[in-house]
Ligand binder design. Sequence first.
Ligand code: PGA
Length: 233
Amino acid sequence: MLEINKCKDYQEMSDAVADKVEKQLLKKSEYCLSDNTWCDDSRFILPTGSTPIGLYKELVNRDLDWSDAITYNLDEYLDNTIHEQSYFHFMNENLFKHINIDEDNIWFPYDIAVWPDKEYGENVDLCLLGIGSNGHIAFNEPGSSFESKTRVVDLTEQTIQDNSRFFPSIDDVPTKAITMGLKPIMSSKKIILMANGKHKKDILHKALYGEITEDVPASILQTHTNVGVFYCD
Ligand code: PGA
């Protein structure tokens, strides 16, 4: 089921999604307090990109307790020469270094070897997503199988072009990445998709109302039972 929320601007979208993250973090700690026994930690899937920057800023401002949280990032470039542009660096600068998360609870897809018999990031409480201009979620590019697992992928020309704004030149953009697959993403209990800007309007419409097809990876979200969409022009 899709619940679609149009926000008046980027700040309203960031605030609304921060509310959901805060609720998830508090839910677990309240449970711990009332039950007074061991409880599950809140588990999140987190995105990078320009879209969640305002959300992360808002979460940092709220000074929340992340000590029991576990996070799985969606993707990472496969190129260890790009330290400043790595998604680990992005997450550290925008969120991790400002909150009290235990660094042993921060996971990236290249850690998949730690779970030899399990899927990386499966069954989390809340998965946050952006959407690429070609309909990708994480680096699941058009044509990715709806059954895909965490794996190494080639980036499309469109994604390389889109991401070149973060690099000195397009030739510096990595062409390969490791991404969480669509299958583990869909195993999340709740998913929130964020989209910011007019340039995302058409692809968002296609993903939410168009044919459910591997050519538009985000269209798989139509088949999930609990998706909140937050967007602004
Ligand atoms: P953006 O990227 O947030 O920078 O627009 C989103 C994505 O490619 O998933």
